[in-house]
Write a protein that binds this ligand. Structure first.
Ligand code: C5P
Length: 227
C-alpha cells in the first residue's frame, strides 16, 4: 500500500482522472480530485447568477459554498449543499467558467487550505493518497516524494475529452473539445497565481501513445521505487 502523497498534475485530457482513481485503488490509497473542488465552486457561482470574472463576488461565494468531496477512489462523490452534482460539474457551462474562477487568489487560498486538511485526514486514516490537479506538486504538497506531470498531444487530449463527453451523454465534437481544452490550458498556464506548470522535480510522462494500463504500470513502478 502507498505511504504518503502521489502528486499528479497536468492539463486536461491527459488521462489524469482515470489513472489517478485506478492507481489509488491499486495502492489501497485515498483519492482527491482538486479539479472537482474548483468546479463545484464554479457551479455555486453560476447558480448564484454571479459573473465568473467578478473576483470579489466569486471569492464571497466560494467562502459561502457548502460542498463536500468523497475520497474513496471507487466512488468519489461531489456534493453542493447536500445535492449530488458530480455530473453537472462536468458540463459545458462549468468548463467555460472554471478557469476565471480558479484564477481568483482568494479562491485558491481557500481551496488549497481545504485540500491540505483533506489530505492530512486521509493520510492519518489510510496512510496514502493520490492527489490530482494543476498545482499539487508546486503548491499544495511540494514535499511529496512522487510528483508526476502528465502531458499528451492536444489532438489526443481533445479526442479523449470528446469521447468522455459522448459517453456521459453530453453533446460534443472533437473540434469543440480541441478549442475548449486549448482555451482552458492557455488560461490555466498564464494566470498569475499558481499557474499550471511542472514542479522542477516532477517525472514527465507523455500519455499520447499509451493505454490506461500502460500509464498505470509506469506510475505503479514509480510509486514502488519512491514509496
Ligand atoms: O482537472 P479538471 O479539468 O477537472 O480541472 C478543472 C479546472 O480547475 C482547471 O481547468 C483549472 O482551471 C482548475 N484547477 C486548478 N487547480 C487545480 C485543479 C484544477 O486551477 N489544482
Amino acid at each position: 500500500a502507498l505511504r504518503g502523497v502521489v502528486a499528479l498534475d497536468g492539463p486536461s485530457g491527459t488521462g489524469k482522472t482515470t489513472v489517478a482513481r485506478k492507481l489509488a485503488g491499486l495502492l489501497s490509497a485515498g483519492y482527491l480530485d482538486t479539479g472537482a473542488m474548483y468546479r463545484v465552486v464554479t457551479l455555486a457561482v453560476l447558480r448564484a447568477g454571479a459573473d465568473p470574472q467578478d473576483a470579489e463576488a466569486v471569492a464571497a461565494l466560494a467562502r459561502a459554498a457548502e460542498f463536500t468531496l468523497g475520497t474513496d477512489p471507487s466512488a468519489p462523490s461531489v456534493r453542493l449543499a447536500g445535492e449530488d452534482v458530480a455530473a453537472e460539474i462536468r458540463g459545458a457551462e462549468v468548463n467555460h467558467a472554471v478557469s476565471p474562477v480558479s484564477a481568483v487568489p482568494q479562491v485558491r487560498e481557500l481551496l488549497v487550505a481545504r485540500q491540505r486538511e483533506i489530505i492530512a485526514a486521509v493520510l492519518a486514516e489510510v496512510g496514502g493518497i493520490v492527489v490530482e490537479g494543476r498545482d499539487i506538486g508546486t503548491v499544495v504538497v511540494p514535499g511529496s516524494p512522487l510528483k508526476v506531470y502528465l502531458t499528451a498531444d492536444p489532438a489526443v487530449r481533445a479526442a479523449r475529452r470528446s469521447a468522455q463527453d459522448t459517453a456521459a451523454g453530453r453533446q460534443s465534437s472533437e473540434a469543440e473539445a480541441l478549442a475548449s481544452v486549448g482555451r482552458r490550458d492557455r488560461l490555466d498556464s498564464t494566470r498569475a497565481t499558481s499557474p499550471l506548470k511542472p514542479a522542477d522535480d516532477a517525472v514527465h510522462l507523455d500519455t499520447s501513445e499509451l493505454s490506461v494500463d500502460q500509464v498505470l504500470t509506469a506510475l505503479s513502478e514509480l510509486a514502488g521505487q519512491r514509496g
